[in-house]
Design a protein around this ligand. Structure first.
Ligand code: SF4
Ligand code: SF4
Length: 136
């Protein structure tokens, strides 16, 4: 882990009412090997390639997202929702070769509003920790 990764580790992500990664995404796959229990989401799952995935609304938002209240299944949210960090995701995307980054943009699978959120939040952490990173 590089100096930026170390800084992020000590800067907990406070999502607040953002919810951008719960919106307009292709769906959240459940990963039973990582502790997800499909039984908790009965009636709210599809299966793609044999893998359970949370249903999405017609606008692409997660079936559990309420725009005013946030996640309506917060205590049982899947593992990926618990660990996802848009700042790290943006950093990883940035580290890829330009051609790969372009292909990802074109594929439409990259949620640009999440990327933007990750970039802004990463910048904020980096500016708060500029001296730590420079000294590394
Ligand atoms: S986009 Fe980032 S800040 Fe917003 S909810 Fe997702 S992880 Fe949290
Ligand atoms: S389960 Fe909750 S946290 Fe996860 S994508 Fe859906 S609304 Fe967001």
């Amino acid at each position: 882990m590089g100096p930026v990764g170390e800084v992020l580790k000590d800067a907990p992500l406070e999502c607040g009412a953002c919810n951008k990664c719960c919106r307009k995404n292709p769906g959240i796959f459940l990963i039973p090997e990582h502790g997800d229990d499909p039984g908790l989401y009965e009636g709210h799952l599809d299966v793609i390639d044999g893998r359970p995935i949370l249903k999405t609304k017609s606008n692409g938002d997660c079936i559990y997202l309420d725009l005013e209240k946030g996640c309506t299944n917060y205590n049982n949210r899947p593992n990926v929702c618990r660990i996802y960090d848009c700042r790290s995701d943006y950093m990883q995307w940035l580290a890829k070769p330009r051609t790969e980054r372009r292909a990802m943009m074109k594929s439409g699978l990259l949620n640009q509003s999440v990327q933007k959120e990750g970039r802004q939040r990463l910048k904020a952490v980096l500016s708060r920790n500029a001296s730590t990173i420079a000294a590394d």
